[in-house]
Ligand binder design. Structure first.
Ligand code: SPQ
Length: 430
């Protein structure tokens, strides 16, 4: 098992970094480029392992995709341009790839089989496969189509009237992508609003989607037209540096080009409620996805409650919010976040177990965690458990540990932020 030894930062963090492309938007840019007609140019595409898995799957489906100097060029020929793959589609570690791909393949009149890594093998697929079967897709797999490996024989979809049992942008997106290929109009209702990149992208590619509160209507048989995409920086990646800037003494960081879609900015709301000195947005820009710069300074923090409708807006930031809470005065309660149990790891257990090893006062609950702070963190041996967000959270924890921290399996971080350690080292004052 590989590991990296990390030390506390002595003179604070200072400087600026440009946050790499958003993972969710990068995935969708390739998928929409593939199902649209014409040439789509994507700039600031995230070359993380997950997004490269999406490219690899669409190449196996016969789509021409070139990568040149940080740009991705996709030659789409519409849904009908996708061909039966002769190879198995491997999604690696990417939940977004498999779930959205299932939606697309459900409408295609051919056979495909999908696998992923060990972590994907534990993530529930019934939430997607069950409604897609209702639409007419023939899907099979381990545990009756609940887990990988999965096979799909698609085509001839009926429209769907469906209320999602969980708040999930991946399930919503899979169903929207299937609905685009179905007969008639589908209605999809979300229990709570989740990230809306798929909806925004349909409109950007010339399609029609109607959204009234949590109700989404999509007509089948739509043709999408190629459109260039400029991917904003990933707020879920910026979150690690926002927290680092707030908890490391003598720090001032400028994070450039951060995506500020309101369905993703829960971390900013929570940090502000805890007393973090964040200034935003400097230079806010609006393309089809808003973005801007964020400035963060070392802050005096107090505990808070994170719950309800806010959870989907920061679901991937909960590991780093937990670390933040260890440095805040008082109690932080995170609830309504059961979904954390079905991410790359069970993120309630991994966050609690790894932070406990460092001396944090943190307890797991059924739907989240309770953290009492502030607690000094000691160093020691911890592991990413193959989960990129846990790996990055622990690497940020190392910055304030009293002794050296050994992080096992740091490679997992490349799933979403291959330049993470380069950026971190650039910001350290020597
Ligand atoms: O793609 P994957 O592996 O599911 O990635 C994660 C992450 O931490 O990067 C979750 F583990 O992000 C999901 C996110 O949790 C990405 C996503 C999307 O792009 O639509 C939506 C969220 O998942 P869900 O299940 O709540 O829809």
């Amino acid at each position: 098992m590989s590991f990296v030894k990390l030390e506390a930062v002595i003179n604070g963090l200072n400087g600026e970094i440009v946050i790499p492309g958003d993972k969710s938007i990068s995935h969708r840019s390739v998928m929409f480029g593939a199902i649209a007609d014409g040439i789509t140019k994507v700039t600031n595409f995230l070359p993380g392992e997950d997004c490269l898995s999406t490219i690899s799957c669409f190449r196996k489906l016969g789509v021409k995709i070139e990568e040149k100097n940080g740009e991705v060029i996709i030659t789409g020929k519409g849904f009908d341009g996708l061909n039966e793959p002769s190879e198995i589609l491997d999604v690696g570690n990417s939940g977004t790839t498999i779930r959205l791909l299932l939606g697309i393949l459900s409408g295609r009149p051919f056979f495909s089989s999908i696998i992923g890594d060990q972590s994907i093998g534990k993530r529930p697929m019934t939430r997607v496969t069950e409604p897609l079967r209702t639409m007419g897709a023939v899907i099979d797999g381990r545990k009756n189509g609940g887990y990988t490996p999965l096979t799909v024989r698609g085509g001839g979809l009926r429209n769907l009237q469906y209320k999602l049992p969980v708040a999930s942008a991946q399930v919503k997106s899979a169903l929207i992508l299937a609905a685009l290929q179905a007969d008639g109009e589908s209605t999809i209702i979300e229990p709570t609003e989740t990230r809306d990149h798929t909806e925004k992208m349909i409109q950007h590619f010339g399609g029609e989607i109607i959204k009234e509160d949590q109700t989404i209507r999509v007509k089948g048989g739509q043709k999408l037209k190629a459109a260039d995409v400029v991917v904003p920086g990933d707020i879920s990646s910026a979150a690690f540096f926002l927290v680092a800037g707030a908890i490391v003494p003598n720090s001032e960081l400028l994070l450039k080009n951060v995506g500020l879609n309101p369905t993703r900015t829960g971390i900013i709301e929570v940090m502000k409620a805890m007393g973090a000195k964040i200034t935003l947005p400097l230079n806010e820009q609006t393309s089809f996805e808003p973005y801007g710069d964020l400035f963060i300074q070392t802050s005096n923090l107090s505990g808070t409650v994170v719950e309800g409708d806010l959870i989907p807006k920061l679901i991937d930031e909960i590991p780093i919010i937990a670390l933040l809470a260890t440095q805040a005065i008082g109690r932080t309660v995170i609830k309504d976040a059961e979904e954390l149990k079905v991410k790359e790891t069970n993120r309630i257990d991994t966050v609690v177990n790894e932070l406990k090893k460092l001396g944090a006062n943190i307890e797991a609950t059924d739907d989240g965690m309770i953290i009492n702070g502030p607690t000094p963190l000691r160093g020691g041996s911890v592991s990413s458990h193959g989960d990129h967000r846990i790996g990055m959270m622990l690497a940020i924890a190392a910055l304030i540990c009293q002794t050296e921290l050994t992080l096992e399996n740091p490679e997992a971080i490349s799933v979403s932020y291959p330049k993470f350690f380069t950026h971190l080292n650039q910001l350290k004052n020597r």
